[in-house]
Design a protein. Structure first.
Length: 282
């Protein structure tokens, strides 16, 4: 756990620069037990800014839990700003809930806290520059018809995304109905046209819920779906994850490109934000 000073510094960056919290706004902070110290810091900073903070402590998530309870959902729909301090697994799931989408439709700004490793010392100016970088890259993705990813280890994947819009993702979330990961997460992404992704992807970094792979995973992709994965015990673990899903679990749904400079590789979900990395979302 980081020091109180570092948590408060991070909370200030999140609430002031990233979410633009204003005096009188209703701010809801959602946390599990592990993230409660961060929730306290976020709520305290919201109070310093003149907002009205509320902290909701929820039960620890289990894999594939989906919607939060009805009391939390009601609070989300009443808030101007919602931010959560959850474990990586829970955060991954929470941002894809109907509750989060409904809160945004009601005009809330939503922050997904992803605690960076020390010594993380990004400034407000750094975040604004990273946002510009993500916007530029998203424009390039929007203007292009195809993407191709190659690496020295043997990755060679191509896809069509003609007509699809590149999506800039940054930590700046000051407009109603927007959401972001905080305090320093940024990438640009695009959804390939279904059925068009072909090739071989050699994964030598991390996989969600697995971490750093023990040896590179080789994914064979045909007509938009992963048809085979090789690479030892981590390949077996990946198959087990897919088996919990439906027939579209191996559909290639995203190409993402990191835009955050200067932070280390960790083997966590934060890695996909880094310049020099690309990722596939299935």
């Amino acid at each position: 756990m980081s020091s109180l000073e570092s948590r408060m510094n991070m909370a200030h960056l999140c609430m002031s620069t990233c979410l633009g919290v204003k005096k009188g706004e209703k701010v809801l902070v959602i946390a599990e037990s592990e993230g409660f110290p961060y929730a306290e810091a976020l709520a305290a900073e919201a109070g310093v800014l003149g907002a009205n903070p509320t902290v909701a402590l929820i039960p620890d998530y289990k894999p594939y839990d989906k919607e939060p309870g009805e009391v939390v959902i009601a609070a989300m729909n009443a808030a101007d700003v919602v931010v959560h301090a959850l474990t990586e697994l829970a955060a991954n799931q929470f941002v894809h809930t109907k509750a989060r989408k409904d809160a945004l439709a009601n005009g809330a700004r939503f922050g997904n806290l992803m605690v960076p490793p020390p010594p993380s010392n990004a400034t407000a100016e750094d975040l604004l520059e990273t946002k510009k970088r993500a916007d530029r890259l998203a424009d390039l993705l929007t203007g292009a018809k195809r993407a191709r990813v190659t690496t020295a280890l043997g990755t060679d994947v191509s896809m069509s995304h003609e007509g699809r819009k590149g999506v800039p993702i940054s930590s700046i979330c000051t407009e109603p109905g927007r959401w972001a990961s905080l305090p320093n997460f940024s990438e640009s992404a695009v959804a390939p046209l279904e059925g068009t992704t072909e090739g071989v992807a050699v994964i030598d970094g991390m996989v969600n819920w697995i971490g750093f792979v023990k040896e590179p995973l080789t994914l064979t992709i045909e007509k938009g779906y992963v048809t085979n994965v090789a690479g030892g015990s981590d390949a077996d673990r990946l198959r087990e994850i897919w088996e919990r899903g439906d027939e579209h679990a191996t559909n290639v749904a995203e190409l993402g490109i990191g835009t955050v400079p200067n932070d280390p590789v960790l083997g966590s979900n934060l890695d996909k934000r880094l310049i020099g990395t690309a990722h596939l979302g299935l």
